[in-house]
Design a protein around this ligand. Structure first.
Ligand code: SAH
Length: 450
Protein backbone atom coordinates (compact mmCIF):
# COMPACT_ATOMS: atom_id res chain seq x y z
CA UNK A 1 0.00 0.00 0.00
CA UNK A 2 1.27 3.45 -0.87
CA UNK A 3 0.24 6.90 0.19
CA UNK A 4 -2.74 8.21 -1.81
CA UNK A 5 -3.77 4.70 -2.91
CA UNK A 6 -7.53 4.31 -3.00
CA UNK A 7 -9.26 1.07 -2.11
CA UNK A 8 -12.57 -0.39 -0.95
CA UNK A 9 -12.88 -2.18 2.39
CA UNK A 10 -15.31 -3.18 5.12
CA UNK A 11 -15.11 -1.65 8.59
CA UNK A 12 -14.88 -4.45 11.12
CA UNK A 13 -14.01 -2.76 14.40
CA UNK A 14 -13.65 0.58 16.19
CA UNK A 15 -10.59 1.74 18.17
CA UNK A 16 -10.70 3.06 21.73
CA UNK A 17 -10.53 6.55 20.23
CA UNK A 18 -13.63 5.88 18.12
CA UNK A 19 -12.00 5.45 14.71
CA UNK A 20 -13.25 2.67 12.40
CA UNK A 21 -10.83 -0.11 11.42
CA UNK A 22 -10.70 -2.30 8.33
CA UNK A 23 -8.16 -4.77 6.93
CA UNK A 24 -6.46 -4.54 3.54
CA UNK A 25 -3.64 -6.91 2.53
CA UNK A 26 -3.20 -7.86 6.20
CA UNK A 27 -2.79 -4.19 7.15
CA UNK A 28 -5.05 -2.51 9.70
CA UNK A 29 -6.42 0.71 8.24
CA UNK A 30 -7.85 3.32 10.61
CA UNK A 31 -10.58 5.51 9.18
CA UNK A 32 -12.35 8.11 11.35
CA UNK A 33 -16.10 8.65 10.93
CA UNK A 34 -16.82 5.11 9.83
CA UNK A 35 -19.04 2.50 11.48
CA UNK A 36 -18.80 -1.27 11.85
CA UNK A 37 -20.46 -2.79 8.78
CA UNK A 38 -19.75 0.15 6.43
CA UNK A 39 -18.31 -0.70 3.02
CA UNK A 40 -16.19 2.33 2.26
CA UNK A 41 -13.85 3.80 -0.32
CA UNK A 42 -10.74 4.99 1.47
CA UNK A 43 -7.64 6.95 0.50
CA UNK A 44 -4.39 6.10 2.33
CA UNK A 45 -3.03 9.19 4.06
CA UNK A 46 -0.17 7.75 6.08
CA UNK A 47 1.24 4.26 5.55
CA UNK A 48 3.32 2.47 8.19
CA UNK A 49 4.68 -1.08 8.20
CA UNK A 50 1.67 -2.89 9.62
CA UNK A 51 -1.02 -0.23 9.66
CA UNK A 52 -2.22 2.86 7.85
CA UNK A 53 -4.41 5.89 8.37
CA UNK A 54 -7.05 6.48 5.75
CA UNK A 55 -9.53 9.17 4.80
CA UNK A 56 -13.14 8.31 4.12
CA UNK A 57 -13.83 9.14 0.45
CA UNK A 58 -17.20 7.51 -0.07
CA UNK A 59 -19.64 5.27 1.79
CA UNK A 60 -20.54 2.58 -0.71
CA UNK A 61 -22.85 0.58 1.57
CA UNK A 62 -23.71 2.21 4.90
CA UNK A 63 -23.72 0.24 8.14
CA UNK A 64 -27.13 -0.39 9.67
CA UNK A 65 -25.83 1.43 12.78
CA UNK A 66 -25.53 4.73 10.95
CA UNK A 67 -27.62 7.78 11.82
CA UNK A 68 -27.60 11.35 10.52
CA UNK A 69 -25.01 13.47 12.35
CA UNK A 70 -26.75 16.45 14.00
CA UNK A 71 -23.77 18.62 14.93
CA UNK A 72 -21.94 20.90 12.49
CA UNK A 73 -18.73 20.64 14.54
CA UNK A 74 -18.62 16.85 14.61
CA UNK A 75 -15.18 15.54 13.71
CA UNK A 76 -13.73 19.03 14.00
CA UNK A 77 -13.86 19.63 17.73
CA UNK A 78 -12.22 17.11 20.05
CA UNK A 79 -15.41 16.03 21.82
CA UNK A 80 -17.78 13.53 20.20
CA UNK A 81 -16.64 10.59 18.12
CA UNK A 82 -19.96 8.73 17.83
CA UNK A 83 -22.52 11.15 16.40
CA UNK A 84 -22.75 9.05 13.20
CA UNK A 85 -23.92 5.80 14.85
CA UNK A 86 -26.99 5.08 16.97
CA UNK A 87 -26.72 5.06 20.74
CA UNK A 88 -27.40 1.31 21.10
CA UNK A 89 -24.41 0.60 18.85
CA UNK A 90 -22.25 2.95 20.92
CA UNK A 91 -23.27 1.19 24.15
CA UNK A 92 -22.43 -2.20 22.66
CA UNK A 93 -19.04 -0.92 21.50
CA UNK A 94 -18.24 0.51 24.92
CA UNK A 95 -19.31 -2.65 26.71
CA UNK A 96 -17.07 -4.70 24.42
CA UNK A 97 -14.11 -2.35 24.92
CA UNK A 98 -14.30 -2.70 28.69
CA UNK A 99 -14.74 -6.48 28.44
CA UNK A 100 -11.77 -6.77 26.05
CA UNK A 101 -9.51 -4.73 28.34
CA UNK A 102 -10.50 -6.82 31.36
CA UNK A 103 -9.69 -9.98 29.40
CA UNK A 104 -6.58 -8.89 27.48
CA UNK A 105 -4.87 -6.64 30.05
CA UNK A 106 -6.51 -7.87 33.24
CA UNK A 107 -6.38 -11.57 32.36
CA UNK A 108 -9.97 -12.09 33.57
CA UNK A 109 -12.65 -13.75 31.45
CA UNK A 110 -15.84 -12.45 32.95
CA UNK A 111 -18.97 -11.07 31.27
CA UNK A 112 -19.71 -7.47 32.28
CA UNK A 113 -23.08 -6.57 33.79
CA UNK A 114 -25.35 -4.54 31.47
CA UNK A 115 -23.96 -1.06 30.83
CA UNK A 116 -25.60 1.79 32.78
CA UNK A 117 -26.84 4.67 30.64
CA UNK A 118 -29.32 7.55 30.42
CA UNK A 119 -29.87 10.54 28.11
CA UNK A 120 -27.14 11.16 25.55
CA UNK A 121 -27.45 14.90 24.89
CA UNK A 122 -27.03 17.94 27.16
CA UNK A 123 -25.87 15.73 30.00
CA UNK A 124 -22.85 17.76 31.13
CA UNK A 125 -22.86 20.09 34.14
CA UNK A 126 -19.50 21.66 33.37
CA UNK A 127 -17.58 23.05 30.40
CA UNK A 128 -14.13 24.58 30.08
CA UNK A 129 -13.80 26.59 26.91
CA UNK A 130 -10.59 27.89 25.40
CA UNK A 131 -10.97 31.28 23.71
CA UNK A 132 -9.61 32.05 20.28
CA UNK A 133 -7.51 35.09 19.43
CA UNK A 134 -10.55 36.92 18.04
CA UNK A 135 -12.69 36.28 21.12
CA UNK A 136 -14.55 33.22 19.82
CA UNK A 137 -15.37 30.56 22.40
CA UNK A 138 -15.04 26.89 21.52
CA UNK A 139 -13.16 23.65 22.04
CA UNK A 140 -9.80 22.26 21.06
CA UNK A 141 -9.60 20.07 17.96
CA UNK A 142 -8.50 16.43 18.48
CA UNK A 143 -4.90 16.09 19.71
CA UNK A 144 -4.34 19.79 19.20
CA UNK A 145 -4.66 23.24 20.72
CA UNK A 146 -6.30 24.62 17.60
CA UNK A 147 -9.60 26.18 18.71
CA UNK A 148 -12.81 25.21 16.95
CA UNK A 149 -15.43 27.86 17.65
CA UNK A 150 -18.74 26.36 18.64
CA UNK A 151 -21.96 28.33 19.04
CA UNK A 152 -23.90 25.49 20.69
CA UNK A 153 -22.46 22.22 21.93
CA UNK A 154 -25.26 19.63 22.22
CA UNK A 155 -23.55 17.99 25.21
CA UNK A 156 -23.87 21.15 27.38
CA UNK A 157 -26.95 22.78 28.91
CA UNK A 158 -28.48 25.33 26.52
CA UNK A 159 -27.74 28.24 28.84
CA UNK A 160 -23.99 27.62 28.39
CA UNK A 161 -24.30 28.74 24.78
CA UNK A 162 -25.96 32.00 25.82
CA UNK A 163 -23.14 32.57 28.29
CA UNK A 164 -20.40 31.84 25.76
CA UNK A 165 -22.06 34.24 23.29
CA UNK A 166 -22.23 36.98 25.89
CA UNK A 167 -18.60 36.45 26.88
CA UNK A 168 -17.52 36.59 23.23
CA UNK A 169 -19.33 39.91 22.79
CA UNK A 170 -17.84 41.23 26.02
CA UNK A 171 -14.33 40.26 25.02
CA UNK A 172 -14.65 41.78 21.56
CA UNK A 173 -16.33 45.00 22.68
CA UNK A 174 -13.80 45.63 25.40
CA UNK A 175 -10.76 44.41 23.49
CA UNK A 176 -9.88 42.03 26.32
CA UNK A 177 -6.60 40.37 25.41
CA UNK A 178 -6.60 36.61 24.93
CA UNK A 179 -3.92 34.40 26.37
CA UNK A 180 -1.38 33.13 23.85
CA UNK A 181 0.07 29.77 24.87
CA UNK A 182 3.24 30.07 22.82
CA UNK A 183 4.13 33.60 23.86
CA UNK A 184 2.71 33.17 27.37
CA UNK A 185 1.06 36.60 27.24
CA UNK A 186 -2.50 37.97 27.08
CA UNK A 187 -5.13 37.90 29.81
CA UNK A 188 -8.12 35.59 29.31
CA UNK A 189 -7.20 31.89 29.21
CA UNK A 190 -10.41 29.92 29.61
CA UNK A 191 -14.08 30.34 30.36
CA UNK A 192 -15.30 27.72 32.82
CA UNK A 193 -19.02 27.18 33.54
CA UNK A 194 -20.79 24.87 35.97
CA UNK A 195 -24.50 24.26 36.46
CA UNK A 196 -26.03 22.11 39.19
CA UNK A 197 -28.28 19.52 37.53
CA UNK A 198 -30.79 19.56 40.41
CA UNK A 199 -30.30 23.02 41.87
CA UNK A 200 -29.99 24.79 38.50
CA UNK A 201 -27.35 27.03 40.13
CA UNK A 202 -24.78 28.49 37.76
CA UNK A 203 -21.14 29.41 38.31
CA UNK A 204 -19.16 31.31 35.70
CA UNK A 205 -15.40 31.37 36.12
CA UNK A 206 -12.89 33.39 34.10
CA UNK A 207 -9.44 31.85 34.11
CA UNK A 208 -6.95 34.66 33.68
CA UNK A 209 -3.24 35.24 33.38
CA UNK A 210 -3.38 38.33 35.59
CA UNK A 211 -5.07 39.62 38.74
CA UNK A 212 -8.24 41.27 37.50
CA UNK A 213 -10.64 41.72 34.63
CA UNK A 214 -10.36 45.30 33.31
CA UNK A 215 -14.17 45.63 32.97
CA UNK A 216 -17.04 44.17 34.95
CA UNK A 217 -20.12 44.80 32.76
CA UNK A 218 -20.22 41.11 31.99
CA UNK A 219 -21.63 40.38 35.46
CA UNK A 220 -24.79 42.39 34.81
CA UNK A 221 -25.13 40.70 31.43
CA UNK A 222 -24.76 37.24 33.02
CA UNK A 223 -27.41 38.17 35.60
CA UNK A 224 -29.73 39.25 32.81
CA UNK A 225 -29.17 35.95 30.98
CA UNK A 226 -29.32 33.55 33.92
CA UNK A 227 -31.59 35.41 36.36
CA UNK A 228 -31.54 34.08 39.93
CA UNK A 229 -29.77 30.92 38.79
CA UNK A 230 -26.51 32.87 38.60
CA UNK A 231 -25.01 32.21 42.02
CA UNK A 232 -21.32 32.77 41.52
CA UNK A 233 -18.91 34.63 39.23
CA UNK A 234 -15.30 33.82 39.97
CA UNK A 235 -11.83 34.69 38.72
CA UNK A 236 -9.31 31.90 38.70
CA UNK A 237 -5.75 33.14 38.57
CA UNK A 238 -3.40 31.04 36.46
CA UNK A 239 -0.12 32.79 35.57
CA UNK A 240 1.78 29.56 34.99
CA UNK A 241 3.23 28.64 31.62
CA UNK A 242 1.31 25.35 31.57
CA UNK A 243 -1.57 23.65 29.80
CA UNK A 244 -3.22 22.83 33.13
CA UNK A 245 -6.40 24.88 32.90
CA UNK A 246 -6.96 26.07 36.46
CA UNK A 247 -4.61 27.88 38.82
CA UNK A 248 -4.78 27.51 42.59
CA UNK A 249 -6.19 30.91 43.50
CA UNK A 250 -9.83 31.96 43.10
CA UNK A 251 -11.34 35.42 43.65
CA UNK A 252 -15.11 35.78 43.88
CA UNK A 253 -16.45 38.69 41.80
CA UNK A 254 -20.12 38.16 42.43
CA UNK A 255 -22.27 36.06 44.76
CA UNK A 256 -20.97 33.02 46.51
CA UNK A 257 -17.60 31.19 46.31
CA UNK A 258 -19.39 28.01 45.29
CA UNK A 259 -22.61 26.54 43.95
CA UNK A 260 -24.60 23.70 45.49
CA UNK A 261 -26.24 20.63 44.05
CA UNK A 262 -27.65 17.28 45.14
CA UNK A 263 -25.91 14.05 44.21
CA UNK A 264 -26.88 10.55 45.37
CA UNK A 265 -29.05 12.09 48.08
CA UNK A 266 -26.19 14.25 49.38
CA UNK A 267 -26.29 18.05 49.35
CA UNK A 268 -22.97 19.13 47.90
CA UNK A 269 -21.04 22.36 47.77
CA UNK A 270 -18.89 22.81 44.69
CA UNK A 271 -15.91 25.13 44.60
CA UNK A 272 -14.38 25.88 41.22
CA UNK A 273 -11.42 23.62 42.02
CA UNK A 274 -13.37 20.62 43.31
CA UNK A 275 -13.80 17.60 41.12
CA UNK A 276 -17.44 16.80 40.43
CA UNK A 277 -18.70 14.15 38.04
CA UNK A 278 -19.73 16.03 34.90
CA UNK A 279 -22.80 13.88 34.29
CA UNK A 280 -24.98 14.08 37.41
CA UNK A 281 -27.79 11.77 36.29
CA UNK A 282 -25.29 9.04 35.44
CA UNK A 283 -23.15 9.70 38.52
CA UNK A 284 -26.27 8.85 40.54
CA UNK A 285 -26.53 5.50 38.79
CA UNK A 286 -22.80 4.87 39.12
CA UNK A 287 -22.80 5.64 42.84
CA UNK A 288 -25.85 3.44 43.37
CA UNK A 289 -23.94 0.56 41.79
CA UNK A 290 -20.84 1.38 43.85
CA UNK A 291 -23.01 1.27 46.97
CA UNK A 292 -24.48 -2.08 45.98
CA UNK A 293 -20.91 -3.39 45.54
CA UNK A 294 -19.59 -1.80 48.76
CA UNK A 295 -22.34 -3.29 50.99
CA UNK A 296 -21.88 -0.41 53.44
CA UNK A 297 -24.25 -1.56 56.23
CA UNK A 298 -22.40 -1.36 59.52
CA UNK A 299 -19.03 -1.29 57.75
CA UNK A 300 -15.85 0.74 58.12
CA UNK A 301 -15.06 2.20 54.73
CA UNK A 302 -12.06 3.99 53.23
CA UNK A 303 -12.88 6.14 50.18
CA UNK A 304 -9.63 6.92 48.31
CA UNK A 305 -9.53 9.72 45.69
CA UNK A 306 -12.73 11.03 47.24
CA UNK A 307 -12.96 14.51 45.63
CA UNK A 308 -15.70 16.45 47.46
CA UNK A 309 -16.50 13.28 49.39
CA UNK A 310 -19.67 12.42 47.51
CA UNK A 311 -19.29 8.65 47.20
CA UNK A 312 -18.45 8.09 50.85
CA UNK A 313 -21.10 10.54 52.02
CA UNK A 314 -23.73 8.73 49.94
CA UNK A 315 -23.05 5.62 52.07
CA UNK A 316 -22.42 7.29 55.43
CA UNK A 317 -25.93 6.74 56.80
CA UNK A 318 -25.61 2.95 56.45
CA UNK A 319 -21.89 2.68 57.19
CA UNK A 320 -20.24 2.63 60.61
CA UNK A 321 -17.45 4.99 59.54
CA UNK A 322 -16.00 6.57 56.43
CA UNK A 323 -12.48 7.89 55.90
CA UNK A 324 -12.02 9.90 52.69
CA UNK A 325 -8.66 10.77 51.12
CA UNK A 326 -8.15 13.48 48.52
CA UNK A 327 -5.15 15.48 47.31
CA UNK A 328 -6.83 18.81 46.46
CA UNK A 329 -7.27 20.94 49.57
CA UNK A 330 -10.33 22.84 48.33
CA UNK A 331 -12.07 19.53 47.59
CA UNK A 332 -11.31 18.28 51.12
CA UNK A 333 -12.77 21.49 52.56
CA UNK A 334 -15.86 20.92 50.42
CA UNK A 335 -16.04 17.32 51.64
CA UNK A 336 -15.91 18.45 55.28
CA UNK A 337 -18.50 21.13 54.64
CA UNK A 338 -20.71 18.63 52.79
CA UNK A 339 -20.56 16.21 55.71
CA UNK A 340 -21.69 18.94 58.13
CA UNK A 341 -24.44 20.22 55.83
CA UNK A 342 -25.85 16.71 55.65
CA UNK A 343 -25.61 16.11 59.38
CA UNK A 344 -23.09 13.31 58.90
CA UNK A 345 -20.55 12.87 61.69
CA UNK A 346 -19.09 9.41 61.18
CA UNK A 347 -16.68 10.66 58.51
CA UNK A 348 -13.12 11.90 58.49
CA UNK A 349 -11.26 13.42 55.56
CA UNK A 350 -7.53 13.45 54.98
CA UNK A 351 -5.85 15.79 52.53
CA UNK A 352 -2.94 14.06 50.83
CA UNK A 353 -1.71 11.57 48.29
CA UNK A 354 -3.68 8.32 48.39
CA UNK A 355 -0.62 6.10 48.91
CA UNK A 356 0.93 8.31 51.60
CA UNK A 357 -2.38 8.58 53.45
CA UNK A 358 -2.89 4.82 53.16
CA UNK A 359 0.51 4.31 54.81
CA UNK A 360 -0.52 6.67 57.59
CA UNK A 361 -3.83 4.85 58.11
CA UNK A 362 -2.04 1.53 58.08
CA UNK A 363 0.28 2.81 60.83
CA UNK A 364 -2.78 3.86 62.81
CA UNK A 365 -3.89 0.24 62.60
CA UNK A 366 -7.05 1.03 60.61
CA UNK A 367 -8.74 -2.10 59.26
CA UNK A 368 -11.51 -1.19 56.83
CA UNK A 369 -14.12 -3.71 55.69
CA UNK A 370 -14.41 -2.04 52.30
CA UNK A 371 -11.99 0.15 50.35
CA UNK A 372 -13.29 2.29 47.51
CA UNK A 373 -10.87 3.70 44.93
CA UNK A 374 -11.80 6.21 42.22
CA UNK A 375 -8.46 7.30 40.76
CA UNK A 376 -7.81 9.60 37.80
CA UNK A 377 -7.04 8.06 34.40
CA UNK A 378 -3.58 6.86 35.30
CA UNK A 379 -5.06 4.46 37.85
CA UNK A 380 -3.64 3.44 41.24
CA UNK A 381 -0.02 3.30 42.28
CA UNK A 382 0.96 -0.38 42.52
CA UNK A 383 2.36 0.27 46.01
CA UNK A 384 -1.05 1.54 47.07
CA UNK A 385 -2.66 -1.65 45.79
CA UNK A 386 -0.21 -3.66 47.89
CA UNK A 387 -1.06 -1.67 51.02
CA UNK A 388 -4.77 -2.16 50.38
CA UNK A 389 -4.42 -5.89 49.78
CA UNK A 390 -1.78 -6.79 52.36
CA UNK A 391 -2.27 -4.30 55.17
CA UNK A 392 -5.89 -3.19 55.03
CA UNK A 393 -7.07 -6.67 53.90
CA UNK A 394 -10.68 -5.52 53.39
CA UNK A 395 -13.33 -8.00 52.43
CA UNK A 396 -14.23 -5.89 49.40
CA UNK A 397 -12.57 -3.39 47.11
CA UNK A 398 -14.82 -1.27 44.93
CA UNK A 399 -12.92 0.17 41.97
CA UNK A 400 -14.41 3.05 39.97
CA UNK A 401 -12.45 3.90 36.86
CA UNK A 402 -12.59 6.31 33.95
CA UNK A 403 -10.05 4.32 31.93
CA UNK A 404 -10.68 0.65 31.12
CA UNK A 405 -6.98 0.02 30.36
CA UNK A 406 -5.64 1.15 33.75
CA UNK A 407 -8.64 -0.47 35.46
CA UNK A 408 -7.69 -3.79 33.85
CA UNK A 409 -3.99 -3.31 34.66
CA UNK A 410 -4.84 -2.70 38.32
CA UNK A 411 -7.28 -5.64 38.42
CA UNK A 412 -4.33 -7.81 37.45
CA UNK A 413 -2.15 -6.40 40.24
CA UNK A 414 -4.99 -6.90 42.70
CA UNK A 415 -5.36 -10.52 41.60
CA UNK A 416 -1.63 -11.09 42.20
CA UNK A 417 -2.23 -9.74 45.70
CA UNK A 418 -5.13 -12.10 46.37
CA UNK A 419 -8.19 -10.12 45.21
CA UNK A 420 -10.42 -11.36 42.40
CA UNK A 421 -12.80 -9.38 40.25
CA UNK A 422 -16.24 -10.63 41.23
CA UNK A 423 -18.39 -8.40 39.03
CA UNK A 424 -18.07 -5.22 36.95
CA UNK A 425 -20.43 -2.80 35.27
CA UNK A 426 -19.58 -0.31 32.51
CA UNK A 427 -21.33 3.06 32.87
CA UNK A 428 -21.72 5.55 30.05
CA UNK A 429 -21.01 8.84 31.77
CA UNK A 430 -19.77 10.42 28.56
CA UNK A 431 -22.19 9.53 25.75
CA UNK A 432 -21.09 10.27 22.17
CA UNK A 433 -17.44 10.57 23.24
CA UNK A 434 -14.91 7.74 23.30
CA UNK A 435 -14.80 7.62 27.12
CA UNK A 436 -16.41 5.01 29.33
CA UNK A 437 -16.52 4.59 33.11
CA UNK A 438 -16.47 1.22 34.88
CA UNK A 439 -17.24 0.13 38.43
CA UNK A 440 -16.09 -3.24 39.66
CA UNK A 441 -15.98 -5.16 42.92
CA UNK A 442 -13.04 -7.29 44.00
CA UNK A 443 -13.22 -9.81 46.78
CA UNK A 444 -10.45 -11.47 48.75
CA UNK A 445 -9.77 -14.89 47.28
CA UNK A 446 -10.19 -16.68 50.61
CA UNK A 447 -13.57 -14.97 51.03
CA UNK A 448 -14.69 -16.14 47.58
CA UNK A 449 -13.76 -19.70 48.46
CA UNK A 450 -15.72 -19.70 51.68
N1 SAH B 1 -14.56 10.12 44.00
C1 SAH B 1 -14.75 11.47 43.58
C2 SAH B 1 -13.59 12.02 42.73
C3 SAH B 1 -13.04 11.14 41.65
S1 SAH B 1 -11.93 11.94 40.53
C4 SAH B 1 -16.07 11.64 42.87
O1 SAH B 1 -16.71 10.68 42.49
O2 SAH B 1 -16.49 12.78 42.68
C5 SAH B 1 -10.36 11.59 41.18
C6 SAH B 1 -9.98 12.44 42.35
O3 SAH B 1 -8.67 12.03 42.76
C7 SAH B 1 -9.87 13.94 42.07
O4 SAH B 1 -10.63 14.62 43.05
C8 SAH B 1 -8.37 14.23 42.24
O5 SAH B 1 -8.14 15.51 42.78
C9 SAH B 1 -7.93 13.15 43.18
N2 SAH B 1 -6.51 12.76 43.12
C10 SAH B 1 -5.68 12.76 42.04
N3 SAH B 1 -4.50 12.25 42.37
C11 SAH B 1 -4.55 11.90 43.68
C12 SAH B 1 -3.63 11.30 44.59
N4 SAH B 1 -2.40 10.97 44.21
N5 SAH B 1 -4.04 11.08 45.85
C13 SAH B 1 -5.30 11.39 46.25
N6 SAH B 1 -6.21 11.97 45.44
C14 SAH B 1 -5.84 12.23 44.18
Amino acid sequence: MLKNDEFIMEIVDVTNEGSGVGKVDGMAVFVPLTAVGDIVKVKALKVKKTYAYGKLMEIITPSSERIENDCPHFNRCGGCVFRHINYEAELTLKTNKVKEAVKRIGGVELEPQPILFDKCDRYRNKAQYPISENGGVGFYAFHSHRIIECEDCILQPEVFSKITDAVSDFVRQNSISIYNEEKHNGLLRHLYIRKGEHSGEIMVCFVINGDRLPKSEIIAELQRLCGDALKSVVLNINKQDTNVILGEKCITLYGSDYITDILAGVKVRLSPLSFYQVNTVMANKLYAKAKEYAKPNGKNIIDLYCGAGTIGLSMAKEAKSIIGVEIIEAAVRDAQFNAKENGIDNVRFICGDAKTAAEQLKNEGIKPDTVIVDPPRKGCDSELIKIIANDFCPERVVYISCDPATFARDIKIFSEEGYNLLEYTPADLFPRTSHCETVGVLVRTDFTLR
